[in-house]
Design a protein around this ligand. Structure first.
Ligand SMILES: NC(=O)c1ccc[n+]([C@@H]2O[C@H](COP(=O)([O-])OP(=O)(O)OC[C@H]3O[C@@H](n4cnc5c(N)ncnc54)[C@H](OP(=O)(O)O)[C@@H]3O)[C@@H](O)[C@H]2O)c1
Length: 339
């Protein structure tokens, strides 16, 4: 089958960084695995980090990268109960297995969702990784009630226009929160508002200053999607006493946890691969949340964050996509569709 492989950690501008290859088909699925024919993939910052082997645990060699995918189930393992051949699915996969940048891929059904029926494969492929991250961050880490019991509470999404921010704004709004997003450019500000952010402030200015200017002294929840080092010293000032903070990005410098003590603030990490990497007993929750969000998409409450599209899925387009994502200026998501 066709695949795009990463042999060496090279800049995306180097033609040898990601190359077209013929590779053996995956084996027949066993257990909870599905064999999926990949129709579209999306590129996330973690794809580029894995290409450069910057993620701990990554192994060198002829690797098939890629996480986000939408496609069609071709075969199922003996323990699979959630899907049948012919079902259309979307998923973000796992770090430890061959990725989605191939015509066919094995994936555990417990981290796979029913593809939204109203979306084509390209629009569906833009969703899963950012959706899982944003949903888990809001509901599982920040403690937002998944059935709207915290309606009216204020959520600050730092880095609102990126892939995860785009989904956090929409899911937060769907759960009844008043979402304040940060964005630094006119086009990223417009995107945040179009997705449902009630207010947008500029993250190049101190956050407290931006919030004061819109008459919001403190928020209930803060989600950090970029540069934790920059924002950590500001968070305790802008989150209310007993409020909650979640970060999806790591700090590079030591962070002073005492800063959170006076207001009894809660801090949690979100790692969307944790359930699959450790095979946690509740990993099927990712199947459930993807199906739930698919329902919201089909009801018209959530839209696909697809903003840029390349075709076909080949090494040249994937290198261009990696370079685009590495620029850290993405608004929404970039998708590659069709072989
Ligand atoms: N822990 C997890 O499970 C998990 C999951 C997904 C992603 N991540 C990580 O989370 C980060 C964001 O992912 P993503 O897919 O949302 O990225 P992305 O789509 O590449 O984010 C692009 C956005 O980042 C914003 N941005 C750039 N510099 C910023 C800054 N200093 N402060 C605030 N916003 C800034 C830009 O907004 P403006 O143009 O408006 O400045 C741009 O719209 C990446 O590092 C990724 O690896 C972690």
């Amino acid at each position: 089958m066709k695949a795009i492989v990463a042999d060496e950690p090279l800049p995306a501008s180097d033609p040898r960084s990601l190359v077209d290859a013929e590779v053996p088909e995956p084996p027949a699925p066993v257990g909870h695995d599905l064999l999926v024919r990949v129709e579209a993939v999306s590129v996330n910052p973690v794809d580029a980090k894995m290409r450069m082997l910057a993620v701990p645990g990554a192994k060198p060699g002829r690797r098939i990268l890629g996480y986000d995918a939408a496609g069609v189930v071709e075969a199922v393992g003996d323990k699979a109960t959630l899907f049948r051949p012919g079902d259309e699915v979307y998923y973000a996969g796992a770090r430890e297995r061959p990725g989605s940048n191939a015509e066919r891929q094995l994936v555990d059904e417990r981290i796979v969702g029913r593809k939204p029926a109203t979306l084509d494969f390209a629009h569906a492929a833009a969703l899963p990784l950012a959706t899982i991250t944003a949903y888990e961050a809001l509901v599982d880490r920040l403690g937002v009630d998944p059935v709207g019991g915290h309606a009216g509470a204020r959520l600050l999404v730092i880095g609102g226009a990126g892939g995860v921010g785009s989904m956090a704004i929409q899911i937060g709004r769907r759960l009844g929160l008043e979402v304040i997003a940060t964005a630094s450019r006119p086009e990223s500000r417009r995107w945040c508002r179009a997705l449902g952010a009630a207010r947008v402030i500029d993250h190049r200015r101190p956050l407290a200053e931006g919030l004061t200017a819109i008459g919001v002294p403190e928020v209930d929840y803060a989600l950090v999607c970029s540069d934790l080092d920059q924002y950590w010293p500001q968070l305790a000032d802008i989150v209310r006493p007993l409020g909650s903070i979640c970060s999806i990005v790591r700090n590079e410098r030591p962070a002073d946890i005492l800063a959170l003590q006076r207001k009894s603030l809660r801090f949690a990490w979100e790692g969307m691969f944790a359930r699959a990497s450790f095979g946690t007993p509740d990993m099927i929750e990712q199947h459930r949340l993807l199906c739930r969000v698919a329902d919201w998409v089909d009801a018209g409450d959530i839209r696909s964050p697809l903003t840029e599209r390349l075709s076909p899925i080949n090494a040249a387009n994937l290198r261009a996509a990696h370079a685009r994502v590495e620029s850290k200026t993405m608004i929404g998501k970039l998708v590659l569709a069709g072989w």
